[in-house]
Design a protein around this ligand. Sequence first.
Ligand code: AMP
Length: 406
Amino acid sequence: MASAVLVLNCGSSSVKFALYDPESRDRLLNGLAERVGTPGAAITIKFPNAPLTISDLDQTDHHGVLARILDELEDWRAEHDLTITAVGHRLVHGGEEFASSVLLDDEAMAAVERCSPLAPLHNPANIAGVEAARAALPDIPQVGVFDTAFHQTMPPVAYRYAVPTEWYADLGVRRYGFHGTSHRYVSSAAAELLGRPLSELRMVTAHLGNGSSLAAIRDGVSVDTSMGLTPLEGLVMGTRSGDLDPGILGYIADRTGATLAEITNDLNKRSGLLGLSGLSNDMRELIAAVETGNEQAALALDVFCTRLAKYIAALAVPLGGIDTLVFTGGIGENSQPVRARVLEQLAFLGFELDHDANERTVRGLSGPITTADSRAIALVVPTDEELVIARDAHRLASTTTSLLES
Ligand code: AMP
């Protein structure tokens, strides 16, 4: 019987899932449960030949939804002679507790719980997903893959904020960084593509999606990043502000009477490209609007690209220069105008854009977008966080199984 790895990404009201073949690394199927925990809960399973939507759920919480997904997969798995040998969970915040992926035993789960105050919207939902998977598949190893883990190699000079020391010591206020699974994957894929060891490259990886962050990678490890205690810091994003003067919070509270929770919500959900353009958080829509002369969309695009270029240049400091820049994420992989504007602003760092290569490189394609003579190389590498989770889960589950057998 062939093995399959189940990858789960559980949010408070959604469960994304996928099954991977750990040998070929192919995704066998995937799906999504939405409105989890409400009477409108529904599951869509994208079976290769006939997608299935289920909305008659008896139990709509994470346990009920996952049990039903596994139930629906039963016949298909039997038909394909597949058995689930590991479950990989995407977990958001591992704080200072986790510097790599781990088997989720009771001790690890207690540590994930301890990180919940750092991500109160995400970690509890992730934990509910792990508990549901443990209940449904009690004999199968569960593995946690953290968004923050890759950045645990950052030195204090990169991760400490200039705030009272007890904020850090007692409350964990420091920069953690996110999108670590993506930065880890694209940095090693880029080195492979260039045929050079990661240890030789002073690399910045730019994960540009609805959420966006940068990582500075030296000797293959993260030495700095643009996101902070939460994913709000750094670049301009779809609906998040990125960096701003913290004094704005008190000013808005005084002027409008808004609570801190309301202001934080505005900074997360009504800012960024959406806030600036007043139109959309979607880069495709903004670029289309710029082409029809929409000035607010043009300003949003300018602010997005200029903040990005400034931040990339800043990461030359911890790296001692930049020789490789990797674009990934929905915008990084697909938006030629964003890549072109950023590289044009970074010409002083040695990037020379290859216009034709840039135009050609979209929809899952990878490769360089700078000229052969360019002193620094920029390239596009499609990310695949799910595959990394499947690979880590398979690797850690196989280690446990062989330990148990020896
Ligand atoms: P992600 O969060 O990685 O799925 O990325 C979402 C972002 O990618 C959105 O802002 C989309 O507008 C953007 N995106 C996806 N496809 C394209 C495209 N063809 N051109 C420009 N932006 C794109």
